[in-house]
Design a protein around this ligand. Structure first.
Ligand code: GLN
Length: 193
């Protein structure tokens, strides 16, 4: 059974945990850097990226996460988690973790479209379009050559990307009953074990 941790310092980590448990994954809640040692992959959930990154630094996660990712640990960031793992942000805050070769804009949809839903064709998963829930969501502005777009909005902006064993999604698959992206991440973790 794979062991996929959820970073449990702020945000909707419990929803990710509930989905992964349905998929027969063991899901430790990670609150201290030393707890990263026992896991095969990590999810950084949605929430408030400035708070999440602030707590990451207070608890000393930053250098440990960088090491783990360098040695191949799969990481998936959803929404605020995508912001946290980016290389660059168009905003001044927070200072991202520089783990994935993407530049991200926070709150890219402004007030009018604070939250919305859209059906997306997602590469690397089978079946019908994925019903994606966006909440004060970021988008990917640009990405390096090693990053592949898995899904984009009708206007062409990327909202799901993959770089090797790393995933980032602007939307919240953990808030739906469609487990296909969690299952994709589980397979990434199994294949990199
Ligand atoms: N807008 C939030 C941020 O900038 C992210 C929102 C979310 O995770 N749903 O951190």
């Amino acid at each position: 059974m794979p062991n996929i941790g959820v970073l449990a310092i702020q945000g909707d980590f419990l929803e990710h945990k509930q989905v992964l448990e349905q998929l027969d994954v063991k899901v430790p809640e990670i609150r201290l850097p030393g707890e990263l040692d026992g896991i095969d992959g990590l999810i950084i959930p949605g929430g408030e990226s400035t708070t999440i990154v602030q707590l990451i630094d207070i608890y000393g996660f930053r250098p440990v996460l960088a090491d783990k990712v360098k040695s191949g640990m799969p990481v998936w960031g959803t929404c605020a988690g995508m912001i946290a793992i980016a290389n660059n942000l168009t905003d001044k805050r927070p200072e991202p973790l520089h783990l994935m070769d993407i530049e991200v804009s926070r709150n890219a949809f402004g007030r009018q479209a604070d939250s919305f839903e859209e059906d997306l064709d997602v590469e690397d998963i089978e079946g019908p379009p994925f019903h994606a829930v966006f909440i004060r969501a970021p988008v990917v502005n640009s990405m390096g050559e090693g990053v592949k777009t898995l899904a984009k909005l009708r206007d062409g902006r990327p909202v799901a990307v993959r770089q090797g064993a790393m995933l980032a999604t602007s939307f919240h698959p953990e808030l739906t009953t469609d487990y296909r992206i969690h299952d994709l991440f589980k397979r990434i973790v199994e294949n990199s074990a």
